[in-house]
Design a protein around this ligand. Sequence first.
Ligand code: BGC
Length: 239
Amino acid sequence: MDITTGELTADRHRLRTPQPATPKRIGKAVEKLVSYFEWDGPVGCAFPARIKHGVVRTASNIDKSCLGYDIEQGLSDRIGSPVFVVNDADAAGIAEITHGAARHQKHLVLVLTVGTGIGSGLFLDGVLIPNTEFGHVRVRGRNGERYAADSARKRDKLTWKKWARRFQHYLDHIEFLVGPDVIILGGGISNPGKASHYFDYLKSDAEMKIAELGNRAGIVGAAMFAASRLKDGAGSPRD
Ligand code: BGC
């Protein structure tokens, strides 16, 4: 990843999410990726959970055995180089605010990644307020992401229009709670060709945009996160 341009310097390499996604299996997958790229430098990793001081604090779509796992230490030990771990939506947000749809955007920006779950990255004047987990606010008596993520559309076999109505309930609630100036929609629903299915059904008082970096966002943001931690003097995650 070239962090100055936001461009990937190699093609993406995709592995299936290990099932169940336990710390051990995740470690193995990371090891495979690192050796595929013959990489021995520092690594940035976007992960679908709240990460506090390198430790996994939520486990909605990963195995519960990840709770309390010191993932930065565990992965660093496993590959023998420093690994810096950031919530996946925070990572996507970092990328979008630097190189994508929210480039240099001031005020309150909310990046929502909508896919298996709903992730959130909140930025005030370009500065990340990490680990917000707005995917889990309750909407119509249900967990927001179970009700309105893209996986809910697939699971409940909804048309795009019906799904958009659900997502609108979610958006209304989030807007009421957070009051963002700009909302960026990312994750699976921002993939090329998808936005035309639902975007015109959605309304918001905030300026709403589709994310620009698509599947790259998490990778780009994770690399930028690692670079900024290194710049802050972290030679290893424990520093
Ligand atoms: C997790 C978040 C994550 C989001 C998107 C949610 O289930 O709790 O941490 O950002 O999914 O992957």
